[in-house]
Ligand binder design. Structure first.
Ligand code: OOG
Ligand code: MG
Length: 255
């Protein structure tokens, strides 16, 4: 049976809320790209009705490493809310997630409203601060498997984020070594230029997508540029760290 946009949004929201995986939408019906973003919007609206607020946006599949890991090859965007924020050195409760993974990210804080397409030359005018970050992704689909439309509908697996210290916008985010360390062992390493050749390009890309989907980036919004490495599963009692050249260390623990 074909489900409505509203029903699919409710199912995905419930899957996140109860930490129980659901079937891929694409296993039972076809949805268009526009419909998948509409499902995302409606499922996030349910969070907003429960009192959450939007803190920013994330990009996905901005690096070859992530495209190869997940088999999806288009840039996508999702929404971040305040309830997804985990304090630096804070604790993530494993049982509130289905099959969580983490990945190092670069974060930007937006200085002034972006409501048009910006070019790489203009990007610096819009950045208030930069930071290292860790994203927690937790696909609401069984086996962490999805099509492009599935993952967009599922808010691009967004589940949590930890921010490092905010640094001045003059801090270079290009050509930075990045290392993901779990329980004192390096499990992934990469370079920030894996993100679109230059992580600043993520702001150009998000500005294009915001215009396309009639959204705006308000001053103070957080943007996650997308991971430069594959994501790694996390488990109870894990101690997670990301080390970035120039941006310092970002950490959280799992209980
Ligand atoms: C989708 C989210 C992709 C990234 O940084 O590329 C993403 C997923 O991998 O589940 O967050
Ligand atoms: Mg990510």
């Amino acid at each position: 049976m074909k489900h409505t946009i509203n029903q699919i949004a409710a199912t995905l929201d419930q899957a996140a809320l109860t930490a129980k995986a659901t079937q891929q939408v694409s296993s039972s019906q076809e949805i268009s790209l526009a419909e998948s973003y509409e499902i995302q919007s409606q499922s996030i609206a349910r969070r907003l009705e429960r009192g959450e607020s939007i803190t920013g946006f994330k990009l996905g599949f901005t690096s070859k490493e992530k495209m190869v890991q997940m088999g999806v090859h288009d840039i996508i965007w999702g929404r971040l809310t305040d309830s997804m924020h985990i304090e630096q050195n804070g604790t993530l409760i494993r049982d509130q997630f289905i099959h969580p993974r983490t990945e190092p990210e670069i974060a930007f804080k937006i200085k002034k409203r972006i409501d048009k397409i910006i070019s790489i030359e203009d990007v610096a005018d819009y950045i208030e601060a930069v930071a290292g970050a860790l994203e927690i992704i937790d696909s609401r689909y069984e086996n962490f498997k999805f099509s492009l439309e599935d993952v967009i509908a599922d808010n691009c697996s967004s589940s949590g984020y930890v921010l490092g210290e905010w640094l001045p916008p003059s801090t270079s985010v290009q050509d930075l070594s990045i290392s993901l360390i779990i329980n004192d062992k390096e499990v992934q390493s990469g370079n920030s230029n894996a993100i679109l050749g230059n992580p600043l390009e993520s702001l150009v890309e998000i500005s294009k997508m915001m215009v396309q989907y009639n959204e705006v980036l308000e001053a103070g919004s957080i943007i996650l540029a997308g991971a430069a490495t594959a994501a790694v599963h996390i488990h109870k009692e894990d101690k997670i760290e990301a080390h970035f050249k120039n941006l310092g260390i970002v950490k959280f623990n799992v209980s």
